[in-house]
Design a binder for this molecule. Structure first.
Ligand code: PAD
Ligand code: ZN
Ligand code: ZN
Length: 376
């Protein structure tokens, strides 16, 4: 490849400061070092987890930084020792990596690879340096991925080769939103046929939970959101009931207990609001209910929960990336997308050029978009 081994100059959206819009700049992207891969990003979704950093609710990332983690693209060049991908391959970025060697990768029940930067926020490559610079300044990496740039560099454990027929503008949602939600239902909760479910928050995550509940054969799927504009798409994807806490005087868990004669078997928090996490537990069945926490709360949050709720047979769990081991499972999910076992089209409401990325964040904050997919 023409640029292999050389610095590439390209466009990227840089976050210099929390609470300010991203700044689209020309940056330099260094070539990949050993066990690293340089990728031309083709499409990337805007996830609420990017906005948590940008709006300052989550304060752990190092600045300046290139956000974005829901990306798909094509390998440009590879460093020494890379065996699983080659230039020209279609790939998906893995914010939740799979190195295959750490204690968690070797545990069939765990999916949180120790190479993950979630909760650590080192925001650098494995050798503690960055491959990005802008106007002479080092720019940090986000969640081992950084997708709001035409070219990015990631460790080999943070990228999966996918089928050549994959439509990258849709497959990018499998890098986060879709897989996280769908896997939370299918994998983490293991929703059973004929069961009752409640899904709190109808963004890409919550709507993908609905898809997972439906494919698992749930009989009742109650969708909860404060924005009634989300209800049409929720119904289209499989929700049987849509309820808005603003329409009820009593707490929403009491409404759900009444609707279900004692609570749902599975509830999912897909917002990142600790009060709603408690509502989700309170909505679950006495004796057997399971609640899965997916939403990322603001930094330093805690949650007062009556332990009697757990003693009386409820289970509270949480997971990243739908519990999937990413490098193993994402290529399979892409095959299911190609064969139309599921569709993500309904989740993509907007497509914007990287120059207009701040408009994408405005749409998300106003509740007008599900996923905006950025192209370059
Ligand atoms: P989103 O902002 O598109 O969707 C959230 C939805 O919740 C919106 O429709 C809101 O209207 C709704 N909402 C807000 N407050 C309330 C409330 N009090 N009651 C009911 N509904 C409410 O976000 P998203 O779908 O992109 O992400 C959802 C969360 O999941 C967010 O916190 C994100 O950071 C987290 C996430 N987790 C993982 C993971 O691996 N666990 C991955 C990706 C995203
Ligand atoms: Zn995400
Ligand atoms: Zn690992």
């Amino acid at each position: 490849m023409a640029m292999a081994g050389k610095v590439i100059k390209c466009k990227a959206a840089v976050m210099w400061e929390a609470g300010k819009p991203l700044s689209v700049e020309e940056i330099e992207v260094a070539p990949p070092k050993a066990n690293e891969v340089r990728i031309k990003v083709v499409a990337t979704g805007i996830c609420r987890s990017d906005d948590h950093i940008l709006n300052g609710a989550v304060t752990r990332a190092k600045l300046p930084i290139i956000l974005g983690h829901e990306g798909a693209g094509i390998v440009e060049s590879v460093g020494e020792g890379v065996a699983s991908v080659k230039p020209g391959d279609k790939v998906i970025l893995l914010f939740n990596p799979q190195c295959g060697e750490c204690k968690h990768c070797k545990d069939p029940k765990a999916n949180l690879c120790l190479k993950s930067d979630v909760g650590k926020h080192i925001c650098l490559m494995a050798d503690q340096t960055s491959r990005f610079s802008c106007m002479g300044q080092q720019i940090h990496h986000f969640l081992n991925t950084s997708a709001f740039t035409e070219y990015t560099v990631v460790g080999e454990y943070s990228v999966a080769k996918i089928h050549d027929d994959a439509p990258l503008d849709k497959a990018c949602l499998l890098a986060c939103g879709f897989s996280t939600g769908y896997g939370s239902a299918v994998n983490v909760a293991q929703v059973t046929p004929g069961s009752t479910c409640a899904v709190f928050g109808l963004g890409a995550i919550g709507l993908s939970v609905i898809l997972g509940c439906k494919v698992s054969g749930a009989a009742q799927i109650i969708a909860v959101d404060v924005n009634k504009d989300k209800f049409a798409i929720a119904k289209e994807l499989g929700a049987t009931d849509c309820i808005n806490p603003k329409d009820h005087e009593k707490p929403i868990h009491e409404v759900i207990l009444q609707m279900t004669g004692g609570g749902v078997q599975y509830s999912f928090e897909c917002i990142g609001n600790t009060d709603v996490m408690i509502s989700a537990v309170l909505s679950s069945n006495y004796g057997s209910g399971t609640t899965v926490v997916i939403g990322v709360p603001p930094s330093s949050s805690t949650m007062p929960l009556d332990p009697m709720l757990l003693l009386t047979g409820r289970t509270l769990k949480g997971a990243l990336f739908g519990g999937y081991k990413s490098k193993d499972r994402v290529p399979q999910l892409v095959l299911d997308l190609i064969s139309e076992k599921f569709k993500v089209d309904g989740l993509i409401t907007h497509k914007l050029h990287i120059d207009d990325i701040n408009k994408g964040f405005d749409l998300l904050r106003k509740g007008e978009s599900i996923r905006t997919v950025i192209h370059f």
